[in-house]
Write a protein that binds this ligand. Structure first.
Ligand code: PEP
Ligand code: MG
Length: 747
């Protein structure tokens, strides 16, 4: 940043500070602000648009447009260049506004006279509050330095808006915050719980966005950073070194806290007139804006780690938050946009439930929550803006629903539900050690899906007979670098140990699609779910696959081993993968290491093509496991991550069942053990139908084992099959209705 502009922007901030300190009322203050920005920047127009409601922006102050347009001109989010700036959360800078995409002529403002336009979002911590606009008659684009200055000013305006310095919008908000709201998200950890909202970020209030003394602010910032780094180091020291996942998470943290570019950017902002707090918030806002756009879930998680650190830094600088923690309610339900694992670890197990606006099942925080069995709902859109500290909230971690400020009826129904669940849990516990034997005598083996060491205690608790799917990629996803073979084999031996003799089907790495490893070269694919993923990567770049196979063999240390390959679409892929396994075994024999007393090598059937493989495939493969989540998406050509199309097709659709029936038959003809390990296996009615179709092994979330077993033990599978056949003969689209109706009289 050239020296001259540095002083310009500092000067502008200085003038802004004076304007804000003066004894002006809201509107007069806002008018003064636009006046002095236009003056300092040498533009004919400067306007501020703020949100009137979630969808509407209103011109709140202007210098240069018609004064009568103030509080009259409104536009919807996305409408016109102003609306587009707010929607895209990015700067729109054009020399020829009237012919730019999205330009909307507003006659009342007289703005057609202005050719150049630069809109900068006014945002605070990821929330867009409005748009700051400058316009000029001459056709020119604003320079990066000018935009930088505008961004700094926008940041200050955001802070002041938040403090209510301009307009009193609070009244409308508080009315909204009294109504009951139901928010839908997705389940990341099951369980039902009720409690009191405890906001993770009780909005740190920055009262001094502009500094008078950049040198002093730089010192404050550096001291705070040192403090932060020391805090992260302490956390690392006290982290349980046995829990490799937790340590990995904190290592990533340390990497960010020591990032010199992060500190440099903040120091630059401080040199340009922002206070240390405002500089941290500016970086944080930018990170949040990037976060909302990042398609890659891993990147989103990393950006979130950075967000987490910024919050800590703000708390250190302002001294706020520490006291806020003190008044944590009795049954706190943590509500946050997202939460970093470090923060969650700090809260500890006193948290009763968590509702996140964002988040993902594979996130570090979700991993921690699962390890502690705290009900967790993710993707509950709107929860951070709807919830206030102290609100009552019900967390339904079965349906993925949060009821905020529920009325009496909802509360009563929810408590009944919790009671019922408690009773059901007792019932499930009482059958935990009994077989899942249907009335006809058929026994189904119920297994559980896992991915982390932390999942394994559920093996004993749920009554699962083994781990039908161990998703090994989760271990790779929580790391910041490729694990070494020794680490992997140590980890897998812990899995063997925790499984205590029960069978674990290890699935080799299934990366690609939505699971992207940061330390592997990213692939820009138009359709990653159908792209270079899973076994395709494993065979084309066999280094990791070989390392994994060797790690399994070493970890087994002579014990029986089951390994399966994900996403096998044709026999040649299976054969090539099996050859890798054979080679790995040979290598171990040569090295004199013990070889498992039994090795099963299986394939996951996740694409319809494999169901039509030559007979010899079914003879060669030791077992087949249906990955129903992927299989269903490819069978119906309906993206599993797109709720709109996913819900359209029922798993109990007769076409899908007919297809599954064929797989059952082919496996039966060749005596190949078959299991189903997608999410659907854990839904009781689906599980029943699968069992009636001939599946003898189902693998599911641990919490589903009890309910599925309970239902299976109460029915005769021949009768279920008869009901299904009748529905099919009748021409029903799905057998769900028929089976559910029939069940009403059975259980
Ligand atoms: C599946 O596709 O059903 C499966 C079990 O694998 P994942 O959900 O990990 O893709
Ligand atoms: Mg899959």
């Amino acid at each position: 940043m050239p020296q001259r502009l540095e002083t310009e922007s500092r000067k502008l901030l200085g003038r802004l500070r004076e304007a804000l300190a003066a004894d002006n009322e809201g509107q007069a203050r806002l008018d003064e602000v636009v006046g002095l920005i236009a003056d300092s920047m040498g533009t004919e127009v400067c306007s501020i648009y703020l949100f009137r409601d979630a969808d509407t922006l209103e011109l709140c102050a202007t210098m240069g447009l018609q004064p009568e347009a103030v509080h009259q001109t409104r536009m919807r989010l996305g409408e016109g260049l102003v609306g587009r700036t707010a929607k895209s959360r990015t700067v729109i800078n054009t020399a020829d506004a009237p012919s730019s995409k999205g330009f909307r002529y507003m006659p009342e403002t007289g703005e057609e006279r202005f050719s150049s336009f630069c809109g900068v979002p006014i945002q605070r911590l990821g929330d867009v509050l409005g748009v700051l606009v400058v316009q000029s008659k001459d056709a020119r684009e604003y320079t990066p330095d000018e935009i930088y200055a505008l961004e700094i000013v926008a940041m200050v305006i955001a802070e002041m808006t938040e403090l209510g310095a301009f307009v009193g919008e609070g009244a409308a908000l508080s009315a909204r915050h009294q109504k009951p709201v139901m928010l839908r998200g997705s389940v990341a950890q099951e369980g039902a719980t009720e409690g009191i909202v405890y906001l993770h970020e009780p909005r740190v209030v920055v009262t001094n966005p502009i500094s008078e003394d950049p040198e002093r602010e730089t010192t404050r910032l550096r001291e705070a950073i040192n403090n932060l780094r020391a805090g992260v180091d302490d956390m690392l020291l006290s982290a349980n070194s046995v829990d490799a996942d937790q340590v990995q998470v904190l290592e990533t943290y340390r990497m960010f806290a020591n990032s010199s570019s992060w500190l440099r950017r903040m120091e630059e902002d401080v040199q340009n007139g922002l206070s240390a707090e405002a500089a941290v918030e500016k970086e944080q806002s930018l990170a949040r804006a990037r976060m909302s756009k990042a398609a890659d879930p891993y990147l989103r998680e990393r950006l979130h780690d950075l967000d987490d650190l910024s919050n800590r830094l703000l708390r250190i600088l302002t001294g706020q938050g520490a006291e806020a923690r003190a008044d944590m309610p009795e049954n706190p339900i943590l509500v946050a946009r997202n939460i970093g694992p470090g923060e969650l670890l700090e809260y500890g197990k006193k948290i009763k439930g968590i509702v996140l606006e964002e988040g993902s099942v594979g996130s570090h925080a979700a991993i921690v929550a699962r390890a502690w069995a705290i009900p967790l709902i993710i993707n509950a859109k709107g929860v951070t803006s709807e919830a206030l500290n102290g609100d009552r909230i019900l967390v339904d971690g079965e349906q993925g629903i949060a009821h905020l400020r529920p009325d009496e009826t909802v509360q009563a129904a929810f408590r009944d539900k919790i009671d019922m669940q408690t009773r059901a849990q007792e019932r499930y516990a009482s059958i935990r050690d009994l077989p899942a034997q249907a009335k006809c005598g058929t026994v189904i083996s119920l297994q559980m899906n896992a991915g982390l060491i932390a999942d394994l205690p559920s093996l004993a608790g749920s009554g699962a007979e083994g781990v039908g799917l161990f998703r090994t990629e989760l271990q790779f996803l929580v790391r910041s670098q490729m694990p070494r073979r020794a680490e992997l084999s140590a980890l897998y031996s812990r899995v063997f140990k925790a499984a205590d003799g029960k069978r674990v089907a290890f699935r080799t790495l299934d990366i690609g699609s939505d699971k992207v490893l940061p330390y592997m070269k990213p692939n820009d694919e138009p359709n990653p779910a159908m792209g270079w993923r899973a076994i395709r990567v494993g065979l084309d770049k066999p280094g990791v696959l070989r390392m994994q196979l060797q790690a399994f063999l070493r970890a087994a240390n002579g014990r029986p081993l089951a390994v399966m390959f994900p996403f096998v679409a044709q026999i040649s892929e299976f054969r090539a993968a099996r050859t890798e396994m054979d080679k790995a075994i040979e290598r171990e024999i040569k090295l004199g290491h013990p070889i498992p007393e039994k090795i099963e090598v299986g394939a996951m059937l996740e694409t319809p093509s494999l169901a039509f493989a030559p007979d010899i495939f079914f003879e060669e493969v030791d077992f087949v496991s249906i990955g129903g989540n992927d299989l269903k998406q490819f069978f119906f050509a309906a993206d599993r991550e797109n709720e709109r199309v996913r819900k359209r097709y029922d798993t109990l659709d007769v076409s899908f069942l007919a297809f599954l029936g064929q797989v059952v038959k082919r496996c039966a003809d060749s005596n190949t053990p078959l299991s189903f390990c997608g999410e659907d296996a854990g839904r009781p009615v689906e599980a029943l139908c699968f069992a009636a179709l001939g599946f003898r092994t189902l693998s599911m979330r641990p919490a589903s084992v009890g309910p599925v077993k309970h239902l299976l033990r109460r029915v005769n599978l021949d009768e279920v099959k008869a009901v299904m056949d009748e529905a099919i003969a009748r021409g029903d689209q799905s057998v769900r209705r028929a089976v559910s109706d029939w069940l009403v009289y059975q259980v």
